[in-house]
Design a protein around this ligand. Structure first.
Ligand SMILES: [Zn+2]
Length: 235
């Protein structure tokens, strides 16, 4: 064991210089040759990706939280007859829930993230609905639309996660789901505005999706076509 000649701090046997004041260590009786010495601590601090991700999410959460508290406090002091901070607070909560919250979790899973997001968006919509005293659109249109989009997001995520699906099949599946969603969305709008329950726009979307899927599948299946496309665009 040795001590720094300058500041007196205890030195590790392998130290080449004092960790505190950087004075070089010259010890003629050293047990380990300085060249062979292994540093007692790593030179660089390595933070696991998961920790870094959650740390960033924590900082982002604070960036959301602090201005919101300030707004709410100012609102409570200078109340111009209504809670204007509600808009800021509700919008911040929904942005945080959708984009920051998943990064705070160790292993985010789609089966609970997407339902939580859907409930959050419904509550967010409900806040505006109640502030603006809407007439029926929340239950007849907004909530069904949010649920349809959430179901679509969930099934797309599940399809992408499934290994072994080659990409034309994956794209075809997503396009198929998209046409089902467009069908549901159109019927919801037609129901809300009391228009004839006849899918028109969604039939066009469906036709486009089928044509696109046919294109992707033929590119995948046809080796000559694929080779021709590669030659055409990547050389
Ligand atoms: Zn020292």
């Amino acid at each position: 064991m040795s001590y720094c000649v300058n500041c007196g701090v205890e030195l590790d046997d392998s130290a080449k210089k004092c960790a505190l004041c950087s004075t070089p260590v010259i010890n003629p009786n050293a047990l380990i040759a300085p060249e062979e010495a292994v540093d007692p601590f790593p030179v660089r601090m390595v933070i696991p990706a998961g920790v870094r991700r959650r740390y960033a999410a924590f900082i982002a959460s604070m960036v959301f939280l602090i201005p919101n508290i300030v707004c709410l406090v100012i609102n409570l002091i200078f109340n111009f007859g209504y809670l204007w901070a509600t808009y800021i607070n509700a919008t911040s909560v929904i942005i945080w829930l959708l984009f920051v919250f998943p990064f705070l979790l160790k292993k985010p899973k789609s089966y609970y993230i997407i339902p939580i997001d859907a409930v959050g968006v419904i509550l967010y919509t409900a806040v505006f609905y109640s502030v603006q005293r809407g007439e029926g659109w929340l239950f007849k249109l907004a909530i069904p639309l949010i649920l349809v989009v959430a179901a679509f997001a969930f099934s797309v995520v599940e399809c992408i996660k499934r290994k072994g699906l080659d990409w034309p099949l994956l794209v075809t599946l997503i396009l198929l789901q998209f046409s089902v969603v467009s069908f549901a969305v159109e019927l919801l709008f037609r129901y809300y505005y009391s228009i004839k329950m006849l899918p028109v726009v969604s039939i066009v979307i469906f036709a486009c999706c089928v044509a696109l899927a046919a294109f992707f599948i033929s590119v995948k299946r046809n080796k000559r076509l694929r080779a021709w496309l590669l030659r055409k665009f990547f050389i």
